[in-house]
Design a protein around this ligand. Structure first.
Ligand SMILES: [Zn+2]
Ligand SMILES: [Zn+2]
Length: 434
């Protein structure tokens, strides 16, 4: 039976949540202090620990680390709930080992949903034995800005950003551009009557990164559990923006009517885990607020920065981190250094390479990368494999192929062993531990 441990000082609130959980079929243990909590967790090995943390000081999330480092508790899911006004604690809680973070007050029904979502058995457990030793990256959408179907894009594909990563028993989806529609069909036929649990990481809410979600079949099946994580939109909350694109004038079905269990959580910049996969984020140089993700699995590291102008600083979120404007300024240099260090040593790096050097001259400051800059950075960061990504909707297959040639000749001139390809819809790569 699924089991949960509740650690919360406030007894009436804790009992109310325990009642909700028991009603939903959960076995519940309860206690009021973290010391009791640690002892109970070690004794009963619950699937989920939900902790209302009131601790202060630098070590305030030490309990997460204690739980995470106990070999008898491998696979435990940890949810930290923090008092109002302490949302800034999210990065520290997640870096300390929490799987999810929420700020009080949270309705018991929402907590039950989150607990259920985290406790659904890992889909990887049903995969072939081999899959446990592999990280597989599949490209479902590689295009930037707007879908570009047609004869000119048959080779590389016309769907917008969506990548599937299967690793360490997790299914992680990077962005939900129009490519996610085909991924949804594939998952539905693979899982059939089995429940599906997956996490979608959103870089930002520009339309080419979220427009496919209303057509994602698993969201329409009540046995499925979907967790969407991303930074808040530039002006509205992430939940609001996902709902907005499904409102009456734009779409026939409201977000709230989707039968799947869907939880949206807003991330601060920082580090956290999805099961055993470690995730780091960075703000990229792009209009609004846009994240890059770095996923580290048992087999290697994948860095994904689909929208980023690496060597020119103009956009507010990046500027807030670093200062001044313009290519060649010290802040632009700092932004370039930040990108280089973020991708350093990764086995697979997927980077915004929307323009060639000639196009880029008239598009500086638009928030997208120039292939020459991207190749130079990837070489300096000593990455193994670079995928050019976020192809311009006006670039046909021949143009993209010529950009790959240009990128490879730059690498050859630098005598770099880096492997360079253009991301291709339907393409995939596999990481294995040597
Ligand atoms: Zn984009
Ligand atoms: Zn964008």
């Amino acid at each position: 039976m699924n089991s949960v441990l509740l650690i919360q000082q406030d007894e009436p609130d804790r009992e109310a949540l325990a009642r909700h959980l028991r009603h939903a079929g959960w076995h519940v243990w309860e206690c009021s202090t973290r010391e009791e909590g640690l002892a109970l967790a070690r004794q009963h090995r619950p699937a989920v620990v939900l902790w209302h943390a009131t601790t202060q000081g630098e070590d305030r999330f030490e309990l997460c680390r204690d739980l995470r480092s106990d070999p008898g508790l491998a696979g435990v899911r940890i949810i930290v709930v923090r008092g109002g006004g302490q949302a800034d604690d999210q990065p520290l809680a997640m870096a300390s080992g929490a799987d999810a973070f929420a700020t009080a007050p949270v309705a018991p029904a929402d907590l039950v949903r989150l607990i259920t979502l985290l406790a659904v058995p890992s889909p990887g457990a049903a995969d072939s034995a081999n899959a446990a030793h592999e990280t597989v990256v599949r490209f479902w959408g590689v295009r930037g800005s707007i879908p570009a179907p047609g004869r000119g894009t048959l080779e590389y594909g016309g769907n917008t950003s969506c990548i599937e990563v299967r690793a360490d028993g997790e299914i992680i989806v990077l962005d939900s551009g129009s490519g996610i529609r085909l991924l949804g069909h594939e998952l539905a036929s693979e899982f059939k009557v089995r429940p599906l649990r997956l996490t979608i990481l959103i870089t930002h809410t520009h339309w080419d990164h979220i427009q496919g979600f209303p057509f994602f079949l698993p969201a329409y099946d009540r046995k499925n559990h979907i967790r969407i994580l991303g930074h808040e939109g530039a002006r509205e909350s992430l939940t609001r923006i996902f709902s907005l694109q499904m409102e009456g004038p734009f779409f026939p079905i409201d977000f709230k009517e989707l039968p799947g269990h869907i939880v949206i959580e807003e991330l601060q910049n920082g580090e956290f885990s999805i099961g055993r996969v470690r995730v780091r984020t960075v703000f990229t140089n792009h209009p609004g607020a846009c994240l890059g993700y770095r996923l580290t699995t048992d087999q290697g590291t994948i860095a994904y920065l689909p929208d980023n102008e690496p060597c020119y600083l103009v956009h507010p979120q990046a500027r807030a981190q670093l200062g001044e404007l313009g290519r060649g300024s010290s802040a632009a240099q700092a932004q370039e250094d930040l990108t280089r260090e973020f991708i350093r040593g990764a086995e697979v790096v997927i980077l915004d390479s929307q323009y060639d050097a000639r196009e880029y001259k008239s598009r500086m400051g638009w928030g997208h990368g120039c292939v020459d800059d991207v190749v130079r950075l990837a070489i300096q960061a000593e990455v193994q494999r670079l995928y050019l990504f976020h192809h311009d909707p006006d670039h046909d297959d021949a143009k993209i192929a010529s950009m790959v040639d240009q990128a490879r000749s730059l690498a050859a001139a630098h005598k770099s062993p880096i492997v360079i390809e253009a991301a291709r819809e339907g393409g995939q790569c596999t990481l294995r531990r040597p």
